[in-house]
Design a protein around this ligand. Structure first.
Ligand SMILES: Cc1ncc(COP(=O)(O)O)c(C=O)c1O
Length: 395
């Protein structure tokens, strides 16, 4: 009897329109097949430097400390928290979705005092909310905000928030896992002190690395810690000694993923950061018009809509998994379901990086029309496609 593991692996070619990972361009996959060299090979040092140069451009920062951590986005959340926080520190975290909740969980595990601001999921973190809550507390060290809340499709306006945070004397920590490369994000101009992301969304590489950048104020806070950073793996000071001229071994670098991010960033900069951000904006506007034409409602408020991810309410009488399973089975399309309390109530449609394309929106909308119709939802065939077409024509 043959066991299934004896067969060569042949994953399906999915159209990845969930919350990430998103599609990976063959150029990036090709880069991953290049020869593995040692993590202390001078040729690899050059690759590392090139990646850092490109990451600074994408984060729009001159921060020296800008590098890809060997982890997914959650590792960067851990790294940011374990390095910035210690017992006795105070962090205010705005929880307007699943990832705000996760950030607060991680900060709590660092034994910091966590002031959690619970907001309705789907709402953005607005400057008035930040001002109101900061005025109620003293001596906050860090304020943590998720720029692009992937669980709800809400985008929070960081530029307006940043000044308020700094006036209070706190540092600003921003989760940009779903916004880097897909929305404007200006680390230096906006005064963001610490920001991290992931490779698997708008950057267009597989999951596995987490770009992070830290400014001077954040590095000073870390330098002045009273206690050691509790994590060995995520101790940023030690990680830096591998990425700076010391090239001191810290852990074995994921070589092939570093090739992947290099190629993905190279593609991003070939396209131009601004062009890529506009592409995400345009493509998402067509999707929203199409969903609207189908009578579906978006979860987040119109003025705070995320482009790389759109959360849409599942209509009454339609079962979440019926549609998602059909899309996967009949069309090879993956869309995401809701997280936490939103499970079964929303779908999350990602148009990120490689998959932020008008042609993909048309593919999805036509598949969605047929799928909804087959489960009894009234659909005027072609209506969502025309709405998207019109939006693109007038963009
Ligand atoms: C906003 C946000 N933060 C953090 C994460 C965690 O990243 P990862 O799943 O790569 O660990 C995600 C993942 O989707 C995310 O969307």
């Amino acid at each position: 009897m043959t066991e299934s593991y004896q067969n060569e692996l042949q994953p399906s070619q999915r159209v990845l329109l969930g919350a990430g990972p998103s599609g990976v361009n063959p150029r990036v996959l090709q880069a991953m097949t290049l020869p593995v060299i040692g993590h202390l090979d001078p040729e690899f040092f050059q690759v590392m430097d090139e990646v850092c140069v490109m990451l600074r451009k994408v984060f729009q920062t001159d921060n020296w400390f800008t590098l890809p951590l060997s982890s997914t986005g959650t590792g960067a959340m851990e790294a940011a928290c374990t390095n910035l926080l210690e017992p006795g520190s105070k962090i205010m975290i705005f929880k307007n979705g699943y990832f705000g909740v996760r950030l607060a969980d991680i900060a709590t595990r660092c034994r910091a005092e966590v002031i959690s601001i619970d907001l309705e999921w789907g709402k953005a973190v607005t400057p008035d909310l930040v001002e109101e809550h900061l005025s109620k507390h003293d001596n906050i060290d860090v304020v943590g905000i998720v720029h692009a809340e992937t669980s709800t499709g809400a985008l929070s306006p960081i530029p307006e928030i940043s000044d308020l945070v700094h006036k209070s004397g706190a540092l600003l920590l921003v989760d940009a896992v779903t916004s880097l490369g897909g929305h404007d994000l200006k680390i230096d101009e906006w005064g963001v002190d610490v920001c991290y992301s992931g490779t698997q969304k708008c950057i267009g590489a597989p999951p596995g690395l987490a770009p992070i950048t830290l400014g001077d104020r954040a590095l000073e806070l870390i330098r002045n810690r009273k206690s050691d950073v509790q994590s060995f793996y995520f101790n940023l000071k030690d990680i830096e000694t591998y990425w700076n001229d010391n090239r001191a071994y810290h852990h074995t670098s994921p070589i092939s993923m570093t090739y992947a991010i290099r190629e993905a960033l190279r593609m991003l900069l070939e396209e131009g950061l601004e062009n890529r951000i506009i592409r995400h904006d345009k493509v998402a506007s067509g999707l929203r018009a199409g969903l609207n034409a189908l009578g579906l409602q978006l979860l987040s408020e119109p003025e705070y809509q995320l482009n790389p991810l759109t959360a849409v309410r599942i209509p009454d009488g339609i079962a979440d998994t019926d549609i998602r399973s059909k899309l996967l089975r009949d069309y090879n399309i993956e869309i995401g379901g809701g997280l936490g309390d939103l499970r079964g109530k929303i779908w999350r449609i990602g148009l990120m990086g490689e998959n932020a394309r008008e042609s993909i929106v048309f593919t999805l909308l036509s598949a969605l029309e047929e799928s909804l119709d087959s489960f009894g939802y009234e659909v005027a065939y072609g209506s969502s496609l025309s709405a998207a077409q019109l939006t693109y024509a007038n963009y």
